[in-house]
Design a protein around this ligand. Structure first.
Ligand SMILES: NC(=O)CCC(=O)C(=O)O
Length: 303
């Protein structure tokens, strides 16, 4: 059982729906850094964000042929001190430095990662504290392998390997579960996160123009209502000149299933005020979290 989660306090969440992700990694990193600095300034009517999120694959074009070319070695072992200033990953160095410079928690989207111990590639999210420490990592567990004839075929497993662990991290205002995009289709992950005390689960993502209109909002609202937690997906902006057309519509959903913030398709920063009261009153009014019948569904273990 995980340690007791921190008490849930109000905070502002900022999602960066990043545009202009092109072939130049250094340009992508420069632009992401500028957008993080802009997001950290916040919106005049809301408290400054405590947590900023980037989308999936923010430093490289999205596609299995690109992953080996853009992959970076991170070398982080969860639970061990890690010196980001000497990291071999230029993305890690940038993210760590900008988290420290802005003094905000940062979910650094995802990047293609090469693990030199097994020479495998992963789609990996890294998380930074306001001091710039790399404090958590999540490798996409469920690879995006789909084939909808005449619409979209995509096979991450051509070059990537799926991660083997579920991950969350604690801030001074809540506990946050991590997933990456296609991971949201697997309700077990969100359910386990909620049962480990996460108040929110956040997915750096990049849905597409076939499944986006059908499932993007539905999945987030479903995961939120089932588990009575905040759910958020952060997408790249739509770019019809790119090889992969992202859906956009970065979103935050509250534990009652209400969409509390949503972007359109273009580059944007959206802000949502995360209010623990909705989490607590939702659970008190509809107490499914305490009404589960593990005595009946014995195939599912209580955690
Ligand atoms: N990047 C992804 O994992 C895309 C997932 C997606 O579009 C879906 O429909 O699922």
């Amino acid at each position: 059982m995980a340690l007791r989660p921190p008490s849930f306090k109000p905070f502002t969440l900022a999602l960066i729906q990043l545009g202009n992700v092109g072939p130049s990694k250094s340009e992508n990193l420069k632009h992401a850094r500028e957008m993080i600095i802009k997001a950290a300034r916040g919106e005049t009517s809301k408290p400054k964000p405590s947590l900023i999120v980037l989308p999936e694959c923010f430093n490289s074009p999205y596609g299995h042929v690109h992953f080996p070319v853009y992959a970076e070695t991170i070398g982080f072992t969860p639970g061990k001190l890690y010196d980001t200033t000497n990291s071999p990953s230029e993305s890690v160095k940038m993210l760590s430095a900008v988290a420290k410079e802005t003094g905000t928690w940062l979910i650094g989207g995802s990047i293609p990662e090469r693990d030199t111990t097994d020479d495998k590639l992963y789609n990996t999210c890294t998380v930074y504290s306001p001091g710039g420490d790399l404090i958590a990592m999540h490798r996409k567990v469920h690879l995006f392998d789909i084939d909808i004839p005449g619409k979209i075929k995509f096979k991450e497993s051509e070059t990537l390997t799926g991660g083997t662990s579920l991950n969350f991290f604690d801030t001074d205002f809540c506990r946050i579960g991590l997933g990456i995009c296609y991971d949201i289709r697997f309700p077990e992950m969100a359910m386990i996160a909620a049962r480990k005390g996460c108040h929110a689960i956040i997915y750096p993502s990049a849905f597409n123009l076939t499944t986006g209109p059908l499932h993007w909002e539905l999945l987030q609202r479903g995961r939120a209502v089932d588990n009575q937690i905040f759910v958020s997906m952060c997408s790249p902006a739509r770019d019809l000149t790119a090889g992969y057309h992202a859906w956009g519509h970065s979103m935050v959903v509250d534990p009652m299933g209400l969409v509390i913030a949503e972007a359109a398709e273009d580059e944007a920063i959206i802000f949502a005020e995360i209010n623990p009261e909705v989490f607590e009153s939702g659970r008190a009014g509809i107490p499914v979290t305490t009404q589960r019948r593990f005595d009946v569904y014995t195939e599912v273990k209580e955690v």
